[in-house]
Design a protein around this ligand. Structure first.
Ligand code: ASP
Ligand code: MG
Length: 403
């Protein structure tokens, strides 16, 4: 039988009633003749609440213990969902990350999946059970539980889909797929029916939160087809992320934003020591987490921007950086980013940046800095202006749904 991996995000399992509806949806997939492996997130805002609690308990909680605590959120969801399936006489079993064979690096709070050994899952499927797995967690090399970074349940789902050679990996949430901008901010954002791994990865890296960027990278590397769908409105359609032929001409696929970026500013006398110090800070942060890494001229500062959501303790963080490195490293004022994403866009950087500055100025949005990468053009702005900036850019790029 073909296997389908379905991942349900936090809002899909936020309360008992929704968990019952998710159970119904899973049984529907079973009736269509598939084996189902389900990956669940923590209920609603549980992860944030646990994180807040940890930060009240200690200034800088040990990351190992943080992971022990955070991993409990997903364990609650998996057990409750398995109970809801049992109430429908559907045989199922819940497995936490270590039980399900997800192996990771030892980088607590942001561990990377290094291998998946799904023998237990295969046995359970062979015994006719639906397998419900706690997302966002795995087993580190020292046999300690680890977590995969904020939004990490998507990674669990994709990694399991790859290891089980699943037909597809469905990521089910409260939005029906990937849009040209966050539909909660831009009302007439257009849904993308299909998108390439490269485009999706760039959108996700620039802050589109519907899919975790590392999950998209894993899917690309292992050829996993992702279907981003709405949990409770399956008829609304969705977006398929896979290898699609890429257009020859550059095209804009969407606008993405990071609401809060924390800049770590590294200054040092010579360019050489600044770069060495910058690399040390970067290693300390975990290179995956650095959104932008910019050097300002030969002797100017180097700035590393990190999304606040990648920091377990944004407040204690500045202190720690100051203690650990010296006065040459400081935390700057928070910024937000707004990016236009599309393959090959970087080639048009110059015209684009001057046009965007003019539009932004007219709308009263100050652009502190602009940057280009191969497939994205980014402006750094003040965090308060991020929503109007996304709307403005989306409108200027004419990405709205034709109505
Ligand atoms: N519960 C974790 C989080 O809130 C993982 C996830 O939902 O993907 O980030
Ligand atoms: Mg998510």
């Amino acid at each position: 039988m073909s296997i389908i991996v379905q991942k349900y995000g936090g809002s899909s399992v936020a309360d008992e009633q929704r968990i019952h509806r998710v159970a119904e949806r899973i049984l529907q997939t079973r009736r269509e003749g598939h084996d189902v492996v389900v990956v669940v997130s923590a209920m609603g805002s549980t992860t944030q609440e646990l994180l807040d609690r940890a930060n009240r308990m200690a200034d800088d909680p040990p990351r190992r213990e943080l992971d022990v605590l955070l991993s409990t959120g997903e364990c609650q969801s998996m057990a409750l969902l398995s109970m809801a399936l049992d109430a429908r006489d559907a045989p199922s079993v819940s497995l936490n990350g270590p039980q399900s064979g997800v192996r990771t690096s030892d980088n607590h709070f942001n561990a990377a999946v290094t291998a998946v050994e799904p023998a237990r899952i295969r046995d359970e499927l062979a015994a006719g059970r639906i397998v419900v797995v706690a997302g966002y967690q795995g087993l580190g090399p020292g046999l300690d539980v680890t977590t995969l970074g904020i939004g990490g349940s998507d990674i669990s789902a994709v990694a399991l889909a790859a290891a089980l050679d699943a037909e597809r990996c469905e990521i089910c949430s409260d939005v029906a797929g990937v849009y040209s901008a966050d539909p909660g901010v831009v009302e007439d954002a257009r849904r993308l029916d299909e998108i390439s791994y490269a485009e999706m990865l760039t959108l996700a890296r620039h802050g589109a939160s519907v899919l975790n960027p590392r999950a998209v990278g894993y899917a690309r590397d292992h050829g996993v087809e992702i279907h981003a769908l709405s949990t409770f409105e399956p008829e609304a359609g969705g977006t398929i992320v896979r290898d699609v032929p890429l257009p020859c001409d550059p095209r804009v696929v969407g606008v993405a934003s990071h609401p809060t970026l924390v800049p770590i500013v590294v200054t040092a006398k010579s360019a050489d020591s600044r770069d060495k110090l910058g690399d040390a800070v970067r290693d300390h942060l975990g290179t995956d987490d650095v959104f932008l890494d910019r050097r300002q001229g030969r002797n100017g500062p180097r700035e590393l921007f990190i999304a606040a959501s990648d920091l377990p303790d944004p407040h204690a963080f500045g202190e720690r950086i100051r203690e650990r490195f010296d006065a040459r490293v400081r935390v700057g004022e928070a910024r937000a980013s707004v990016s236009a994403v599309g393959l090959g866009l970087g080639a048009a950087a110059e015209q684009w940046h001057s046009a965007s500055r003019i539009h932004a100025r007219r709308a009263g949005i100050e652009v502190y800095r602009d940057y280009s990468a191969d497939h994205a053009l980014t402006c750094l702005i003040e965090p308060e202006k991020v929503e109007p900036a996304v709307e403005l850019l989306h409108d200027r790029l004419a990405l709205a749904e034709a109505s």
